[in-house]
Design a protein around this ligand. Structure first.
Ligand code: FES
Length: 168
């Protein structure tokens, strides 16, 4: 066998080997795609602290981007995430608090909300009033932690605007 024949044979073997390796790689990749991915998403419930640490009126929690309202022994929470493009809205105190019936329940309104990005305005119950925001601010589920009684918000669980958590 000449040197040329040896070289050709070698190149053919390398070519076949490379092709087989590529096919094996694809096979492994397609088998892997059949195995569900484990989700490492952050938990959506977060402890906010004991109810006693919340003053009457409003407390803003910047990490959770959440407004927690307290009226006596009842609590509700409104997301600070603008429904336009997700900026954090600011709360502005009303000169005169007012009580409004929202979804059949009285609600004391102490603030309204303004978005600094494109000027959307929301009423104190989160309703979108003007600007590009397409829908109201979300209300978020609150509960008490069974182990230590802290207020717990479920940031991925929207609730209707008649939701109240009453703390005994
Ligand atoms: S992100 Fe709030 S108005 Fe655009």
């Amino acid at each position: 066998m000449s040197n040329g024949d040896n070289r050709r044979e070698f190149l053919i073997k390398v070519g076949i080997g490379g092709g087989l390796a590529a096919l094996a790689g694809q096979g492994i990749a397609s088998l892997r795609s059949l195995v569900p991915n484990v989700s490492y998403d952050a938990p959506t419930t977060v402890k906010l602290g004991p109810p006693a640490e919340f003053p009457d009126g409003l407390k803003f929690l910047p990490d959770e981007r959440l407004f927690v309202f307290r009226d006596g022994n009842t609590f509700h929470a409104i997301s600070a995430v603008c429904t336009h493009l997700g900026c954090t809205v600011r709360a502005e105190a009303l000169s005169q608090p007012e009580t409004k019936t929202v979804d059949g329940k009285p609600l004391r309104l102490t603030h309204r909300f303004l978005c600094p990005c494109h000027g959307s305005k929301y009423s104190g119950d989160g309703g979108n009033i003007s600007g590009p925001a397409p829908k109201p601010l979300a209300w978020c589920h609150l509960s008490l932690a069974p182990d230590d009684g802290q207020l717990v918000a479920d940031l991925a669980r929207p609730v209707e605007r008649d939701f109240r958590l009453t703390v005994g």
